[in-house]
Structure formats: C-alpha cells, structure tokens
Design a protein around this ligand. Sequence first.
Ligand SMILES: CC(C)(COP(=O)(O)OP(=O)(O)OC[C@H]1O[C@@H](n2cnc3c(N)ncnc32)[C@H](O)[C@@H]1OP(=O)(O)O)[C@@H](O)C(=O)NCCC(=O)NCCS
Length: 164
Amino acid sequence: MAEGPANEAPYRLIADDVELGEGVVVHAFTNLYGCRIGDGTRIGPFVEVQRGASIGARCKIQSHTFVCDGVEIGDEVFVGHGVMFVNDKRPAATTETGELQGDGDWELLRTAVGRRASLGSGAVILGGVTVGEGAVVGAGAVVTRDVAPGEVVAGTPARPLRTA
Ligand SMILES: CC(C)(COP(=O)(O)OP(=O)(O)OC[C@H]1O[C@@H](n2cnc3c(N)ncnc32)[C@H](O)[C@@H]1OP(=O)(O)O)[C@@H](O)C(=O)NCCC(=O)NCCS
C-alpha cells in the first residue's frame, strides 16, 4: 500500500481508511473514503468512491463518476464520465415511522465488473448485476441484467448489440 497518491492536486479528500495502491493518480475535487484502489489506477476529477467499494489495478475512472458501496471493479476496467452505480433498488429517505433510514433499513445490492470491461459515459449500472470480463456497455445505457463476458450492450434497458 502507498502512503498517498502519485500526484499533487488541490481540493481532494482521500480518507485515512482508503487502501491506495502504488502509483495511483487522483485528480481534484474527488472524494475517496473506506474504499480500495489498485496499483496504477487513475481517478478523474469530481469522482466519489464510497466506503465498501473496490477498484482494481490499472483502471481509468473518468470524471463525475459515482462508485457506491458494494461495487467491485476488476483490473484494467475503463469507466467513462458520469457513470452511476446503484446499490439500493427501492430507495427511501425514511422508515415507515418517519425516521431517517440508517444502516440496516435497506438492502445492499452488490455489483461486479470484470477485468478489461468498458463502461460508456453516462451509463447507469443497477445493483445486483455482473458485467462480464471484456464486456462493453454503451454510452447512456441502463444496465438492468447481467452482461456476458465480451458482450456489447446499449440502450435503456441495455440489450445486446453484438459480441466484442
Ligand atoms: C455501444 C458502442 C460500443 C457501439 O459501438 P459500435 O459497435 O461501433 O456500434 P455502431 O456505432 O455501429 O452502432 C450500432 C447500432 O447501435 C446503436 N448504438 C450505438 N451506440 C449506442 C448507444 N450508446 N446507445 C444506444 N444505441 C447505440 C447505433 O445507433 C446503431 O443502431 P442502428 O443499427 O439502428 O443504426 C458505442 O456506440 C458506445 O456507446 N461506446 C461508448 C463510448 C463512450 O462512452 N466513451 C467514453 C469516453 S469518451
């Protein structure tokens, strides 16, 4: 584990509990807490990676992307700009008795992205899906089901276009 990122940049939070690999580049206005980032990965500006998320080695995470708890991204994955992961199928602010929801009041759905997969800009990856190794998700797609290894999907909901 490295002591810090490989570059200097202003206005970024890298919490003490982040497991940062060697040679990780983290740009400005980025929030990383309680997550793992593998060696050589590059994180663009305005990215948030939540507690419990994991990103592999030599990935590119482009600006404005949100990686939530329960997401596991393999090595060499490309994540385009503004990709949104989702981990709560039925989000609610409060419980039935009107109190703010806390941990345990909702079900965390886990998501996995296989090695060398590529997620196009603006894609939404719903919770509980697996994007297979080397798969490609088109820009703007809403991924509601598993994507097979090497498959190219696009649209809302995402449907197979072809095999890469
Ligand atoms: C999905 C993608 C890989 C498909 O590329 P491709 O295989 O070369 O496909 P084509 O451009 O030949 O298009 C094939 C069909 O899919 C449609 N299509 C392509 N991309 C699409 C998308 N993102 N959403 C919906 N439909 C899409 C095309 O309109 C075309 O439909 P038609 O045959 O009815 O005209 C590509 O379009 C894409 O979205 N790449 C992601 C790019 C990106 O976000 N980069 C991030 C950093 S800049």
